[in-house]
Structure formats: C-alpha cells, structure tokens
Design a protein around this ligand. Structure first.
Ligand code: RIB
Ligand code: CA
Length: 325
C-alpha cells in the first residue's frame, strides 16, 4: 500500500485532537508533521495540546511546529469558550516536557512541500497557509491535495448566521488561499459544516468506545466532556459535533463525502465577514477552485473512526448501526 504523505495544520482544540488520533491510526497516511495555527486557542496552547495527543498515541516522534499567533489582519478571537481554558476541554492533562518547536511552521511547510508529493489537511484557520502562499507560492503550488475543514454552503454558520469559525477567525487568510487556488487551477476540498454537522459523538457512542477500549475511551471522555456541555447549552443537542475528524477520514477515503465543484470566494468584511460564498450556479463565470462537500454517511464515518483508533475490525463494532443516528 502506498502511504499518502501529509502535513496536518491545526488548532488543537478538542475536535482537532480527535482528528490527530484518527490520522495517526490510519496506516494509509504518513504524517510528516503537525503545524499549529492560532484558532481555538493561542498557538502556544495548540502546540502543547498537539504534544499531549502525540503522547497519548505513543507518537512523540512526529514533529510539531508552531505557526501564526495572530490572524493576518483581524484581531485574534479564540474559541476557548467552546474548547475550555486549556483548549482541550479543561482536561488539564500534564504538559509534555522536553523539546519546544525547532522551526517555525511556515518554514517547515515551505521546506517539506518543496520536496513534492505531500498534501495538507487544514483543520483550523488558514493563516499559516496564507503566509506560505504569499511568501513561497511555488511551495504552495506543490501541495498535492488540500483538504480544509471550514466554511459552509447551505448550512448556517457557527460564528454568525453565515460564517464558520475557521474562515471567520481569519477571513483574509481564507480569501487569499482560495484566490491563490483559483489562480493556480487547484481545487480545495472544502469539508464544511454542511457535512461535519452530521458527525455527532453522543454519550452512547462514547460509552461504547469506553466499553471496547477503556484507556482510549477515558482519554476521549476527558477531552470531550466540556464540549458536551457547550453543545447542550448552545446547540441544544446531547452530544458534540466533531468537525475535524471528518476531514481526515475524507482525505483517507474520498467516497465518504460527495458534493460539487464550484468557485468559492471568502467575504472579508461587513455583516457576512468570513462567509464562504459558493457559486454553485456559475454566476461569476469563474473556473471552480473548490470541491464543496455536501453529503456524507455518518455510520460509515464512525465505523472508520472507531475501527482505526480502537484498532478493531468491523465485526467487533456491531452496535454502531444502532448507536449512530
Ligand atoms: O467551525 C469548526 C472548526 O473551528 C473546527 O475546526 C474547530 O476545531 C474550530 O477550529
Ligand atoms: Ca480545528
């Protein structure tokens, strides 16, 4: 099996952490490195949390690099209200001692992508990728495939009626990245709220995970309990939407999501700042710069998610059919 080399750019972050667990458990992927961007929490917290997840997975060999600490232009607005004061669900896990970042994230992205045959899964704001595109467009053009958890098409926003957090937190970066993709004839795989909202980790699914693998289940519970409370209070659901793991699952298996190619532009000001404007009808007469995912299969996702992180065959996951809504 040829492994797909990938860099994960993220803002861990509870769902980013679950996504990292999935990526590190997916044999088809070779995680070349993790780059941190400010988003859910400050970059310093994201760096620390990525290392906590790597320790949990026994993968402290994977290098982590700290990147942008501010959006390109806007004032930084965190999502610590959603992810907790430690940006990891107030699990307050002990710090991983030892080496701090050895190189800036954008320097790593430029160096690694210039070698070719490497993709990027972006799970946070696109600030690092915008800095790369601006400074080293050649390296940006070398990205084999770019999957971005972000944006929304027909689903409502989560930061405003029309904007999703990753693109709202740094709309100028998102706009620059989508514009660069258009100019280079590239298509960004936009895994937005239209599909990720269907991926809900429920108390029963968490209980099932704990029964199957207490150690992994307890870790997932430790970092998601805060997220459950947030979702009850703000979205009035029992469970939590885990956005980022779907982007990793889709990268590994494209049949998990489907949608349509379209030209996408990001609004950078005004009442709809951060909105991903999806030209599905071709009004702007511009070539598509995105594959906008709009349909997915939650049961197939959870079969992959449980199967990979618990290292279990589908025959051991028979209850999923009754637990996944
Ligand atoms: O809007 C959801 C996205 O914003 C997720 O990636 C979450 O981790 C936050 O970064
Ligand atoms: Ca994220």
């Amino acid at each position: 099996m040829e492994r797909k080399r990938v860099i994960i750019d993220c803002d861990p972050g509870i769902d980013d952490s679950l996504a990292l667990m999935l990526a590190l458990s997916t044999d088809e992927l070779e995680v070349a490195g993790i780059t941190i961007v400010c988003g859910n929490g400050p970059a310093e917290l994201g760096f620390s949390n990525a290392r906590k997840v790597l320790r949990q997975m026994g993968r402290l060999d994977v290098p982590v690099f700290k990147g942008a600490e501010q959006p390109l232009k806007r004032e930084y607005v965190s999502a610590l209200d959603t992810h907790g004061r430690d940006a990891l669900g107030e699990s307050f896990l002990p710090e991983v001692l030892g080496a701090g970042p050895t190189e800036n994230a954008v320097d790593f992205l430029e160096r690694e992508l210039s070698k070719g045959r490497c993709s990027v899964i972006a799970l946070g704001p696109l600030t690092n990728l915008a800095l790369l595109a601006d400074r080293a467009p050649g390296a940006f053009g070398q990205i084999e495939e770019l999957v971005s958890m972000g944006g929304n098409f027909r689903s409502h926003g989560n930061c405003s009626p029309v904007a999703e957090y990753n693109y709202w937190e740094d709309p100028d970066a998102a706009a620059l990245v989508y514009d660069m993709a258009a100019r280079m004839g590239k298509k960004i795989h936009m895994v937005g709220l239209d599909v990720t909202r269907q991926i809900v980790l429920t108390p029963n699914l968490l209980e099932y995970m704990k029964r199957l693998d207490p150690e992994t289940g307890e870790f997932v519970q430790a970092i998601t309990k805060f997220y459950f409370d947030f979702h009850w209070e703000w979205e009035h659901i029992i469970g939590c939407v885990i956005n980022d793991p779907l982007a990793v699952a889709y990268f590994a298996d494209r049949s998990l999501c489907s949608g349509q190619e379209a030209y996408v532009a990001i609004e950078t000001g005004g009442i709809s700042i951060g909105q991903s404007v999806v030209d599905s009808m071709g009004f702007y007469r511009k070539e598509p710069n995105a594959m906008v995912l709009t349909r997915t299969d939650p049961l197939r996702f959870f079969r992959m998610f449980f199967g990979r992180i618990l290292r279990l065959g589908e025959d051991r996951l028979d209850l999923l059919d009754t637990l996944v809504r």
